[in-house]
Design a protein around this ligand. Structure first.
Ligand SMILES: Nc1ncnc2c1ncn2[C@@H]1O[C@H](COP(=O)(O)OP(=O)(O)O)[C@@H](O)[C@H]1O
Ligand SMILES: [Mg+2]
Length: 307
């Protein structure tokens, strides 16, 4: 890893095991020993197929679930120690999530303006003129305030609602934004707009974004760093260009072969793991037994064996 990084959050050895069932409990290792740093103003893509553990990592960062092992350090503190109400509130002031289905975030009975009212009521935001600040944030995300404010959620499109949530994140000046399958609901024409916006806002405001996706193309398009997840493990990671040009883990290589045509939509719920890949990964780990996670070039590491 390069020196002089401006690290805002550090994920260290995160593991999450879900237990389901009571009489014959089953354990799912959704995430295992995940470590990475989140840098100011950088976009990190978290890439992997359905079930690989991406959302679990996002939820852990958002404190929606607790880790089984490992920790997340923010402002020098393990976030699992944040329990008190005011401190929790301050955490969510700086760490926010936007999810696949933007409609779920809005109460259909209230005008969309309410998401702004709520943050101004809850947080001590430093703006002289609240209404002006909202209008500017909306302009920032290419929304016309006059055609947006006063509307009910169903009167806006999914893409508009997502942009509205990005505007809210900008107003709050968040440090870390988790964008989980952000644009998979949007049609092709809107997607690029939302993506570009995310990149611009991130750079302009120094906001870090964890961009969760199953789509390798999107990961490449948008991110500075890429993290590839396979069955709860981080199997390859690094500078996006390097990972893409020199994909080394058999799973990453398979992802490249499986990349659909640009613009084609993947079904995020589709389970997609050909037997061959499972076999290839197993052999790869056997051949490289004992190696573990290795930096194969600067800013590019690969899991060579699963210990
Ligand atoms: N609350 C839960 N209880 C039990 N298993 C879960 C729970 N949430 C996720 N899982 C399991 O953990 C694994 C990873 O899920 P998830 O993080 O949602 O993957 P992704 O976002 O990459 O599709 C899956 O096998 C999923 O079924
Ligand atoms: Mg998910």
């Amino acid at each position: 890893m390069a020196k002089n990084k401006d690290v805002v959050m550090s994920v260290q050895g995160l593991t999450k095991v879900f237990k389901s069932g009571i009489l014959n409990p089953e354990y799912t290792v959704a995430a295992k020993d995940i470590s990475f740093d989140i840098e100011k103003g950088k976009i990190i893509s978290l890439i992997g197929e359905s079930g690989s553990g991406k959302t679990t990592v996002g939820k852990l960062i958002l404190k929606l679930i607790n880790p089984s092992e490992g920790k997340i350090i923010y402002n020098g503190k393990d976030i699992s120690e944040i329990k008190e109400k005011e401190e929790t509130k301050q955490y969510y002031r700086r760490v926010q999530g936007i999810f696949q289905d933007p409609f779920a975030t809005f109460n259909p009975l209230y005008r969309v303006d309410r998401v702004f009212d709520l943050i101004f009521d809850s947080f001590d935001l430093d703006y002289e003129d609240k209404d002006q600040a909202i209008r500017e944030a909306l302009f920032d995300v290419n929304l016309n305030p006059d055609r947006t404010l006063g509307k009910f959620p169903h009167q806006l499109s999914g893409g508009q609602l997502q942009r509205l949530l990005i505007a809210r994140a900008l107003l709050m000046d968040v440090d870390v934004l988790i964008a989980d399958e952000l644009i998979s609901m949007l049609d092709a024409s809107t997607r690029i707009g939302v993506l570009n916006l995310l990149v611009e806002s991130c750079k302009k405001h120094g906001m870090a974004v964890i961009f969760i996706t199953h789509d390798l193309n999107l990961g490449y398009y948008i991110s500075d760093h890429s993290l590839i997840m396979y069955k709860g493990r981080l199997v390859e990671r690094g500078d996006t260009k390097k990972v893409y040009e020199n994909a080394t883990h058999p799973y990453t290589q398979m992802l490249f072969e499986a990349v659909p045509e640009i613009g084609e939509r993947w079904d995020p719920d589709e389970e997609f793991l050909p037997e061959q890949v499972v076999q290839d990964v197993k052999e790869f780990y056997q051949e490289n037994q004992g190696k573990g996670f290795v930096e194969i070039e600067e800013e590019h590491s690969v899991l060579f064996s699963d210990k």
